[in-house]
Ligand binder design. Structure first.
Ligand code: PEP
Ligand code: MN
Length: 375
């Protein structure tokens, strides 16, 4: 087994040397049950050393699953509860190099649970495969003319999905909050005209059924990332879900929210990094590309990036879109508008249709460099 050239399979560990992490990464998928702790034995450990560890585990009503690597053995510890002192206890045993507690609050979404990438099919558009998806459209649906013009231009430029808000979560209650069902009807009309699947946000559990009737991909907005009833409700539809990261959510919280959806038997979740709150005020948010790369490593779910909300400035969208692909994003969602200066929401971060068309070949070039393509 190659140790240094590993696939991206990572447990989240509390404490481990770089070496142990890599080693455990490579062997963990071989542990049959869900281990709570990994005991890494020294290369020189004897059978007696291993038996002694096994005996102590049994005394704690725990089971040890042995996995024999090329260089050494690891023991996956399985059982209901791990005593807090177990790690120190085991590390005193002869032949034990290290005991690593696995803190893995999310399971179904974890890469170690499923090493293979999940590919989400949104009405025939595959998200999470080798090809990167580009979703484009206005922040909000404003009129028939606006959405139809935008949809046709998006398709013409090579986008593979259309976005458009019908129910808008706005920080201020006095700003435009969306056209509701009328907007959903216009999105369906735009899909009929262009063939592009549509993504739109659903804000409350009671609207899920309505939005699901029109949309192909249900967006959970950043402000709703921890609305657990909503997550379960979209989970129950079985439909593809675009889960935006909360403004101040950690990567672990984001994956736990995805877990809520997947736990309903719906594996069709696409994660979306859309910028987080930091001390920086020069941009609307700070695009966290670490999160794109790390979420890809920790989870098998597809990850896309939203450089429009991530930066809040239209002229920062192209560089951050290119960078997000570089960080391993499986696609992009971007706001575009026929007349951003007159947009009812998020005009300042929306690309004109011309600028979007000019960006697409650059994205294709970047994808090619990365050995990928644009859908
Ligand atoms: C949006 O996509 O227009 C939106 C409101 O996004 P977020 O939830 O990321 O702010
Ligand atoms: Mn917006």
């Amino acid at each position: 087994m190659k140790i240094l050239d590993l696939p991206i399979v990572t447990p989240s560990v509390e404490r481990a040397t770089e070496y142990a992490v890599r080693y455990v990464d490579s062997l963990l998928p071989l542990v049959k049950e869900d281990p709570r702790m990994i005991v890494v034995m020294r290369a020189t450990a004897t059978k007696q050393n291993i038996d002694a560890v096994q005996l102590r585990l049994a005394e704690h009503q725990l089971k040890g699953h042995l996995v024999y690597g090329e260089e050494r053995t690891i023991i996956g510890v399985v059982g209901a509860s791990i005593p807090p002192t177990l790690r120190e206890e085991l590390e005193r045993f002869d032949g034990v190099q290290e005991a690593v507690r696995i803190t893995r609050p999310y399971k179904l979404t974890a890469r170690e649970f499923q090493p293979k990438d999940t590919v989400v099919d949104v009405r025939g558009v595959k998200v999470g495969g080798n090809a990167c998806v580009v979703i484009a459209g206005p922040c909000a649906v404003e009129s028939e003319e606006q959405i139809m013009t935008t949809a046709l231009a998006a398709r013409e430029a090579g986008a593979s999905m259309l976005r458009g808000g019908a129910f808008k979560p706005r920080s201020s209650p006095y700003t435009f909050r969306g056209m509701g069902e009328d907007a959903l009807k216009l999105l369906a009309q735009a899909r009929d005209a262009t063939g592009l699947p549509v993504v739109t946000e659903v804000m409350t559990p009671t609207d899920v059924e309505l939005v699901a009737r029109y949309a192909d991909l249900l967006q959970i907005g950043a402000r709703n990332m921890q609305n657990y009833q909503l997550l379960e409700e979209v989970g129950r539809t079985g439909m593809p879900v675009l889960l935006k990261r909360g403004l101040s959510a950690t990567i672990e919280e984001w994956l736990l929210s995805a877990e809520y959806v997947v736990a309903q038997g719906n594996p069709n979740v696409i994660l979306c990094e859309r910028g987080i709150r930091t001390f920086e005020t020069a941009t609307r948010n700070t695009m966290d590309l670490n999160a794109v790369a790390l979420a890809k490593r920790r989870s098998h779910l597809p990850v896309i990036a939203d450089p429009s909300h991530g930066t809040g400035k239209w002229y920062l969208v192209p560089p951050l879109a290119l960078a997000a692909l570089g960080a391993g994003a499986d696609g992009l969602i971007m706001e575009i508008h026929p007349d951003p200066d007159r947009a009812k929401s998020d005009g300042g971060q929306s690309l004109t249709l011309e600028n979007f068309a000019a960006l697409m070949p650059r994205l294709a070039g970047q994808a090619r460099l990365l050995g990928r393509s644009i859908v």
